[in-house]
Design a protein around this ligand. Structure first.
Ligand code: CA
Length: 234
């Protein structure tokens, strides 16, 4: 994937659109944004994107209608962004041909994992040369993470993690050698408007340590007193 993948962000809430743009560009994607449903549909058809993030409630044309109309013309990967707990939107989104959906507020690592999975699925489908082994992975010492599959292995041995534990570990590993504050971790892994207890970070760090550091007798996650946490290679 030498060429940058282009992601089209269709979202009328400026704050969320901007947040997505920053995170995706940080990950190396190119982005474009649109807040109007009708224009979004025209641009998906006319312009050249690799994937669409599609909000449901939009002015002039809603996301479900856009998705259905796009599917008559194109098999571009579409991930719907649905409102919190709106089960009906999820079901409808998949009914009208979306590849996946995320419920707002979402955690960035999970969204990125789903974007990669959707892009990979699409390219496997369209490119017979792809091995489809999920080539993107993160490695620290004997630990290997497989982002599209939420999988972690230590010396080839699978480690059972919940999605949240995986997201936290991936964030730490992607930023290995950089100390991450509790706030940074909270915002990225739990979402930009998480309102719960900030102790949740310490609790999950403890889970990860018991499943990895303690279990295999090797220290990966280090505490930096008064600041946060860091994954080190040595
Ligand atoms: Ca909206």
């Amino acid at each position: 994937m030498a060429e940058k993948q282009r992601i089209f962000i269709v979202e009328d809430e400026r704050r969320i659109a901007r947040f997505l743009q920053i995170e995706l560009e940080h990950e190396g994607f190119e982005t474009a944004m649109e807040s109007n449903g009708k224009r979004a549909f025209e641009r998906i058809i006319q312009e050249n994107y690799n994937l669409v993030l599609l909000d449901v409630m939009l002015p002039e044309m809603d996301g479900l209608t856009i998705c259905r109309k796009v599917r008559e013309l194109s098999d571009i990967p579409i991930i719907m962004l649905t409102a919190k707990d709106d089960i009906e939107d999820k079901v409808n989104g998949l009914d009208v041909g979306a590849d996946d959906y995320m419920t707002k507020p979402f955690a960035v690592p999970e969204l990125l994992a789903r974007i990669r999975a959707a892009l990979r699925k699409h390219s496997d489908h369209n490119d017979a040369d792809e091995t489809g082994d999920g080539s993107a992975r993160f490695i620290v010492k004997d630990l290997v993470l497989f982002p599209g599959r939420y999988e972690v292995q230590y010396k080839g041995e699978p480690i059972e993690l919940t999605k949240k534990e995986y997201a936290l570990l991936e964030y730490l590993v992607k930023n290995k050698r950089n100390v991450l504050t509790r706030d940074q971790i909270l915002q990225t892994v739990w979402g930009y408007d998480y309102l719960g207890d900030t102790n949740v970070v310490d609790v999950y760090i403890r889970y990860l340590r018991s499943k990895i550091d303690d279990r295999f007798g090797e220290k990966y996650i280090h505490t930096v007193r008064g600041v946060g946490y860091v994954v080190k290679e040595k």
